[in-house]
Design a protein around this ligand. Structure first.
Ligand SMILES: Nc1ncnc2c1ncn2[C@@H]1O[C@H](COP(=O)(O)OP(=O)(O)O)[C@@H](O)[C@H]1O
Ligand SMILES: [Mg+2]
Length: 431
């Protein structure tokens, strides 16, 4: 009896799909596959889900079973997934990226090459791989030694610089340092820091600062790939905010049309990077800084984009990266035919991330004042009513997201300004 999908054409449509860490936006994939009659098996990469946000987004009822990687026995997991007749394995959230690669390789399903796996997760490795292939990438050093790092920073000779975890996510532990004292403080804070996946950091990634000090030259290109064919699902411009003594956090994300001079540059760079990282199958979320040297990679995330980006594209384009990802699994021929597709915006859209400069208390009623704005579409609270919210320093300490859409771009920006004014006047929390 044939076992597993090893002998099938790579264009097969799987009957059962394994999703590793179906959290955050990755939670939407299983129900969408289930609608097509494809069963889903969950793989939980850790014994307990360490990240509270990830834990809160997990819905086991979407899955036939939950296979827990409690002791890190990869061979055992592979055997189990073959027994479960899983024919495709994809990551749901960032924490599942490496394990999904290993399991796909072990089971022999369509995926991405295991040899270059770390270049799709480890930020140091991904930029070094680009450099080795002649693609411009960020100047950087990775070290456990402050003295060596200090010498690198001195030789670099430009401020600010960025210090961050090598495999971070959600902006946690990111620092922008303006002088050697700040850099040393950040370095020493990061060594021994426990990241959101529970790892204790032993090395720090130090990079040249890309972009500008108004924090509005970062772009995102989201794609879905099938057999090396990349479809651009949505392009964004990020407007960020620097927290004094900390890193940068989201302020508002603006959805861009798929065509334009800038978009062509970003998309050409994105495809070059995807190919260099041997990213052939699945959803990708790539952060790119536009600099005087041209586009330069911040990081590529080998999974769907988080937060409410997919929802906003449903409201403005009518089709999200989740839809494209599902299509790449259930309708592979159709996907290839539509690969030249570029999306059109039916409406303009943006997402505002509400932050707080000091601790306060969540009160959803305070958001009623934005619901009458003509661009208001939806909002997503990050906390329950009555909960204390700490000063915002990273994405875990944001207050809420507000989704705005409008056919009239000027009105959209007037409504954005109104929301930013309320935020400035501390109108979204009880203080
Ligand atoms: N070298 C850099 N230069 C300028 N800004 C950076 C740099 N590295 C990170 N950032 C900023 O910090 C944000 C978070 O960094 P990133 O490496 O993407 O970490 P995370 O995995 O937590 O998202 C980026 O989106 C960007 O705004
Ligand atoms: Mg990032």
């Amino acid at each position: 009896m044939a076992m597993g999908p090893v002998c099938k054409s790579l264009f097969y449509v799987p009957q059962r799909v394994g999703i590793v860490d179906a959290y955050s936006s990755g939670r939407h994939v299983a129900p969408a596959l289930n609608k097509y009659g494809i069963e889903t098996v969950h793989v939980q990469s850790e014994k307990e889900i360490a990240d509270p946000y990830f834990a809160s987004t997990f819905d086991p009822s979407n899955f036939k079973t939950n296979v827990i990687n409690s002791i890190g026995d990869i061979v055992g997991l592979v055997r189990r997934l073959i027994r479960e007749k899983v024919e495709l394995i994809i990551p749901g959230a960032e924490s599942g990226v490496l394990l999904a690669d290993e399991l796909a390789h072990g089971v022999g399903t369509r995926g991405n090459p295991i040899e270059t796996s770390s270049a799709r997760r480890n930020k140091f490795d991904m930029s070094e791989r680009l450099r080795s292939l002649g693609i411009d990438s960020v100047k950087q050093i990775k070290s456990d030694n402050w003295e060596r790092t200090r010498i690198w920073i001195e030789n670099h000779g430009k401020w600010p610089i960025v210090l961050k975890p090598v495999q971070g996510m959600g902006g946690n532990g990111n620092h922008v340092a303006n002088n050697m004292k700040e850099a040393e403080r950040a370095f020493k804070k990061l060594i021994g820091f426990r990241d959101s996946e529970g790892r204790i950091l032993t090395e720090v990634l130090v990079q040249e600062f890309l972009g500008n000090l108004t924090y509005d030259s970062e772009y995102v290109v989201n794609t879905v790939s099938f057999m090396g064919i990349h479809v651009v699902t949505d392009v964004w411009r990020y407007h960020k905010y620097k927290v004094e003594g900390e890193g940068v956090i989201y302020s508002w994300d603006e959805l861009l049309p798929s065509r334009g001079e800038l978009q062509e540059k970003l998309i050409a760079y994105n495809h070059k990077v995807l190919d260099a990282l041997e990213f052939r199958n699945g959803a990708s979320h790539m952060e790119i800084m536009m600099t005087e040297r041209g586009p330069i990679l911040i990081e590529n995330n080998a999974r769907l984009s988080g937060a409410s980006g997919a929802r906003l594209t449903e409201l403005t384009i009518g089709k999200s990266a989740v839809d494209w990802l599902v299509e790449s699994i259930v309708g592979t021929a159709g996907f290839i035919n539509r690969a030249k597709h570029r999306y059109k915006l039916k409406k303009e859209g943006l997402i505002v991330f509400i932050r707080t400069p000091e601790p306060g208390t969540m009160d959803s009623k305070l958001f009623d004042k934005v619901k009458s704005l003509s661009s208001f579409a939806e909002w997503v609270p990050y906390h329950k009513d009555g909960e204390r919210v700490e000063k915002t320093v990273d994405s875990d300490t944001l207050v809420a997201e507000i989704l705005l859409t409008n056919k009239d771009q000027e009105q959209l920006h007037r409504d954005l300004a109104q929301i930013l004014k309320i935020q400035e006047e501390k109108g979204f929390l009880q203080y």
